[in-house]
Design a protein around this ligand. Sequence first.
Ligand SMILES: [Zn+2]
Length: 348
Amino acid sequence: MPNKYSIVNIITHFVIKLNTNFFYKIYFYLLSTGNKGAIFCLHRIVPRDGFSKWNQFIELTPTQLEKLIISLQKMDVVFVNLQTVHLLLTQKQTSNKRFVHFSLDDGYEDNYQYAFPIFRKYAIPFSVFVSTDFIDTPNPFIWWYSIEEIVNNELEFDLSDYGVVITKEDYLRSSKEAIFLQLKNLFLNHVDSNRGYFQYKTNSLFIQHQLTAPTMLNWVQLIEMHQSGICEIGAHTHTHARFSNIDMHTKELEVNKNKQIIESHTGIACRFFAYPYGHYTDIVNWQESESVMKKCGIDLALTTIPSLLTSSSSLVQMPRVFLNEMSNSYTLLTRISGVYQKNTQWDI
Ligand SMILES: [Zn+2]
């Protein structure tokens, strides 16, 4: 006896095969879950040969992005900017269609090089959430890519202040992926409380071995995207700080500095924010986060928690769903309808 979800699966595949706006409309009507639409979370848009090994879950090729847009255009959805998302959720504006918004985190240069021309070609609004410490700087500290470079090159890495010393023998004993994950865990939990130490240790290896980190956006590129009228620039903290690692005062400093730098370049108020990392364990204290958002004048704060997006969703805890190279029409339809969010158990 098939369960309810497998029947939904069959219907979903059937509707994708039919690929007409009429059947998408019926699908959304019959499988109405109260989901208003989807805010997609993207990071890097890079050609296949520029993909990394262990950060691939945040990478998407320009070809695949274009395919996803073309699939979405056939579905019964409307593409909106964040200002409209805010209006739709606060009931000041209504739509009987589900909405879709593309957001890109961190501020990688490929957003300008590859994503911007595609969004402009199809006149689709998008947003870029930047950590201002990464922008216009020769050595951006994108540590998740830095540790990948270090491990890939099998370099010795002395982080003895935290009881971790990676030696050549470790590369014989353990897989590179296991070493990467060990370092990722260490950085994720400690980098915000001792940034200078981790940055110094990482940069020393980068200089010594002439390693390269991803290129990040500069202000000329950001302003050009902003002035195109289809790109909103949002805050992402100044140093990409993980909220669960920092106190309330530091949260306010991080958001305010980030906002002020963005506003000084764009000349308009920055009212949107995306929590770095963005899951439950990266935020933890929701009450404190909510109060920081209010104090800093943030209207919409986006997480990476893939829950249903309804009119009762908190404006400072907005759900988002990831898109990457594995995403296809099925991914899109289940995320927009809310079938995916409703049928998956999320660990808190
Ligand atoms: Zn980020």
